[in-house]
Design a protein around this ligand. Structure first.
Ligand code: C2G
Length: 133
């Protein structure tokens, strides 16, 4: 059985997220998803996600393409997570291209093209600028 692992915040879940998760699953048999903790987002992006980590984990766990979910506490622990879950392949969107190539010692590393024209940041901006009634 080929195990795939991927990571992300998956805040304000959108079609780009479901596309990458389905495409990651199609590369193997079992999909493990590391959902970034609220604290990790605060330290890396300077803000908390809109959705709490509990809600983000709940949404990702409900997807039929996802087999296992855990909270990613640190970006630097990817090697440990890969070993702990026995992952054969790390999949990330190509906004991370080449960033995780050093894990090729542990497993295959694949970057998938992002879905164009959609992002959590853009959705937040659109909602913020929507006229009030
Ligand atoms: N994604 C995509 N297409 C989009 C938007 C996002 O394919 N239009 C992908 C990203 O490339 C990523 C995944 O969806 O692989 C999750 O995206 P984010 O929630 O933005 O994840 P990020 O905050 O970049 O991950 O270890 C990584 C950290 O967990 C942070």
């Amino acid at each position: 059985m080929k195990k795939i692992i991927t990571f992300g915040t998956f805040d304000v879940f959108h079609v780009g997220h479901v596309n990458i998760l389905e495409r990651a699953k199609a590369l193997g048999d079992y999909l493990i998803v590391g959902v970034s903790s609220d604290q990790l987002n605060m330290s890396k992006k300077g803000r908390f996600p809109i959705y709490s980590e509990q809600d983000r984990v709940r949404i990702i766990s409900a997807l039929t393409c996802v087999d296992e979910v855990f909270i990613e506490e640190s970006l630097e622990l990817k090697g440990e997570y890969i070993s702990r879950f026995g992952a054969d392949m790390l999949v990330m969107g190509d906004d991370w291209k080449a960033k995780f190539d050093h894990y090729k010692d542990l497993c295959e590393v694949t970057y998938l093209t992002r879905t164009p024209s959609i992002s959590t940041t853009e959705i937040i901006e659109v909602v913020k600028s929507a006229p009030t009634r």
